[in-house]
Design a protein around this ligand. Structure first.
Ligand code: MG
Length: 279
């Protein structure tokens, strides 16, 4: 299934995508929660069947939003691709390096990002993003992917000056609009093997990042096992899985984002984000 949060006629809703149509399950006479977050807590088992009686809207007539508007938490792993670590002049850490992006950083897949006041080193990081579908605690690596509701595309926007001000990264990673993801969730059964996906990022049509998710140092399953050994993951929690090489900070000369730039990030089978840096 491909599951999306969207607005239509000024109302926030969620539904399933089939071809070029949105099946508006929130319009069905069924006891379904009004948000996708609520639906994840309820469970999605019967949603495909319910959706068959849903009104159909043309996909281009709705505005797609971030699948989860206000996740309980947004966790992100850093330094998870060797080639990216090399371009940043750093080594792979001995263990998984985790930081938080703030829930107020969430943005939709096509929402412009206002250029942050005072920024000088605005950067993109195209990443595979996972949304948790059921409560996970002390999950074994072998079972970890069964806790994922869906996969999508994300950008771990980063302001490198603020990022380097403290070891936790969060001033440079947690700013408003710095966690766009979407354009919809693709369930793991439909998405296929993560190792066969490629992350690609373009800035103004120029390819900047291109690598296989198989290049991750710590796989998504490893990440869920590690994090769930320390805390409870809940439905709607979001995980950014790290970025490949090709960020602006690694270029010579460094090519920071500026107002007017268009960032496009695409992952095989999961769709694409398109984010304009606004003045
Ligand atoms: Mg990142």
């Amino acid at each position: 299934m491909r599951i999306a949060s969207f607005t239509h006629d000024g109302r926030a809703r969620w539904g399933l995508i089939e071809g070029d149509q949105m099946l508006d399950v929130t319009a069905v006479e069924a006891d379904l929660p009004p948000t996708l977050m609520g639906a994840l807590w309820r469970g999605l088992d019967d949603v495909a069947a319910i959706a068959q009686s849903a009104p159909r809207l043309p996909l281009d007539a709705v505005r797609l939003r971030a699948p989860i508007a206000r996740p309980g938490k947004i966790l992100a792993i850093g330094k998870n691709y060797h080639a990216h670590n090399k371009e940043m002049g750093s080594e792979a850490p001995a263990s998984q390096l985790w930081f938080n992006k703030q829930t107020t950083a969430v943005a939709g897949p096509y929402d412009p990002l206002p250029y942050p006041k005072g920024a000088t080193q605005l950067d993109y990081e195209g990443e595979l993003v996972a949304v948790i579908g059921r409560t996970a605690r002390h999950v074994a690596r072998e079972d970890a992917l069964s806790y994922v509701a869906g996969l999508c595309v994300g950008c771990d926007f980063s302001e490198r000056v603020w990022q380097s001000k403290s070891a936790t990264f969060i001033l440079g990673k947690g700013q408003d609009g710095f966690a766009p993801f979407g354009p919809w969730l693709t369930t793991p059964d439909e998405a296929g093997p993560i190792e066969e996906m490629t992350v690609r990022t373009w800035v103004n049509g120029e390819i900047r990042q291109q690598d296989s998710c198989a290049s991750m140092i710590h796989s998504l399953a490893d990440q869920i096992a590690e994090v769930s050994s320390c805390m409870t993951l809940e439905p709607g929690d979001v995980i950014f899985t790290g970025t490949p090489a090709g960020v602006a900070a690694g270029m010579k000369p460094q090519a920071w984002l500026k107002p007017g730039d268009l960032v496009r990030i695409e992952i095989t089978g999961l769709g694409a984000l398109e984010i304009r840096i606004a003045a």
